[in-house]
Design a protein around this ligand. Structure first.
Ligand code: PMP
Length: 427
């Protein structure tokens, strides 16, 4: 049993010693002390089904024994920077990761986070093209450092600091967007930004296939091929941010972009790649990768042996336990059941997503699509009290994000929906 500090004490220390910008979920925040596969345990040993762990990087399950073993064994052996010396783990993981990517995407740079990966990807695009302008999507989240905050496009994540060289294109949002599901119409905005907002040439374009922080918004079909085509005609590189949608989560494919029939020039990865440990990656082609040889490029802990040993173990677990297939089967079942809930309750305006990356958008009125913010918070809190953790997101904070570890079962999915059903029925 857990005998450490309790929630109230931690909260008090957090208030005194940690950044006042830190926030938490739930009116009474949860002190999580243990994790095991799809479950989290609080200070009283109470068990919660974790349907949001995916977001916080847990891909194969909390403390998956194979991943823990790989990390512990490597930690006992060597933890160091592997930039200056040779070590087999970083090379083995790079090889394994490259084998999961299509085409010529074969060269890996490891980083420590998603923000770092996107910063590097944007810099590579600028160096390779000799251009500066980058187009990202409104409602995107790509990180919170100097460049990536520019690419992020939701005002609550943007501080008033210089964010130059970024244009934000119309979001191809099938639920709220002006062109509905017509991806090609939204993509015309990319072409127009190039024509009216730049010198005619751009460094690149960055987008997620399914926006995570933005509220599980799957880009309208036909959008990415058309947008990529405009960007490439303007000399730019196409960056796929796979920080959330990658690593088997969408079930139908290993990478989110694959569902759109495109092959990016640069792919960025983080979160799920490490199952909870800090690691990110940028993968690109040998030709594009050459630009970093123009100067010295160094990242002390990017690709360190412990994190890459963990990453390699994650890939093996995904394959051994057929987690992509599981994400597809369980995710399809879960989406079907959530869609049936939508038929039952007016407040559910939309159910969307793919595999185990699903969104449920709550509105007070289906026609005006007025965000049901207060209700979202209430239901989340009630579900937590019944033992189910889900996330929330979207610009208006009214979208449930269901992104569990990929070991989630059909029974877990049923329990989640039953609890949501009960909670909504009591409102
Ligand atoms: N890209 C996407 C799509 C993300 O969701 C996030 C994190 N929410 C990031 C990049 C940044 O990753 P990190 O927090 O690891 O810097």
């Amino acid at each position: 049993p857990y005998t450490g500090p309790r929630a109230a004490e931690i909260l008090q220390k957090r208030g005194e010693f940690l950044s006042p910008s830190m926030f938490y979920f739930y009116q009474k925040p949860l002190n999580v002390v243990d994790g095991k596969m799809q479950y989290l345990f609080d200070e009283d040993g109470r068990r919660y089904l974790d349907a949001f762990g995916g977001i916080a990087t847990v891909c194969c399950g909390h403390c998956h024994p194979d991943v823990v073993e790989a990390i512990v064994n490597q930690t006992k052996r060597l933890q160091h920077s592997t930039v200056l010396y040779l070590n087999n783990v970083i090379a083995d993981f790079a090889e394994a990761l490259a084998s999961k990517l299509p085409g010529d995407l074969k060269v890996v740079f490891f980083t420590n986070s998603g923000t770092e990966a996107n910063e590097l990807a944007m810099m590579i695009a600028r160096l390779y093209t000799g251009c500066h302008d980058i187009i990202s999507l409104r409602n995107a989240y790509h990180g919170n450092a100097a460049g990536t905050m520019g690419a992020t496009a939701q005002c609550n994540w943007k501080f008033n600091v210089p964010q130059v060289g970024i244009h934000h294109a119309l979001n191809p949002d099938e639920y709220r967007g002006v062109f509905g599901s017509d991806g090609e119409k939204y993509a015309k905005d990319v072409q127009e930004i190039i024509e009216f907002g730049t010198c005619g040439r751009v460094a690149g374009f960055i987008a997620e296939a399914i926006q995570g922080v933005g509220g599980i918004i799957e880009l309208a079909p036909g959008y990415l091929p058309a947008a990529y085509s405009s960007i490439r005609k303007a000399g730019g590189l196409c960056i796929a941010d796979e920080v959330q949608a990658g690593f088997a989560r969408t079930g139908s494919h290993f990478w989110g972009f694959e569902a759109h029939g495109v092959v990016p020039d640069i792919v960025t990865i983080a979160k799920g790649i490490g199952n909870g440990i800090p690691i990110g990656a940028v993968v690109t082609t040998p030709e594009i990768a050459q630009v970093l040889t123009r100067r010295s490029y160094f990242n002390t802990f990017g690709g360190n042996p412990v994190c890459t040993a963990g990453g390699l173990a994650v890939l093996k677990v995904i394959e051994k336990q057929e987690l992509q297939q599981n994400a597809f089967v369980v995710g399809s079942h879960l989406k079907e059941r959530l869609t049936a809930l939508k038929d039952k309750y007016e407040i559910i305006g939309d159910v969307r997503g793919r595999g185990l990356m699903l969104g449920v958008e709550l509105v007070t009125d289906r026609r005006s699509k007025t965000p049901a913010k207060v209700e979202t918070l209430h239901i989340m809190d009630q579900m937590k009290d019944m033992g189910v953790l889900i996330g929330k997101g979207g610009f208006y904070g009214n979208v449930f994000r269901v992104t569990p570890p990929l070991c989630f079962t059909k029974e877990d999915a049923d329990f989640l929906v039953d609890v949501m059903d009960y909670t909504v029925s009591k409102m």
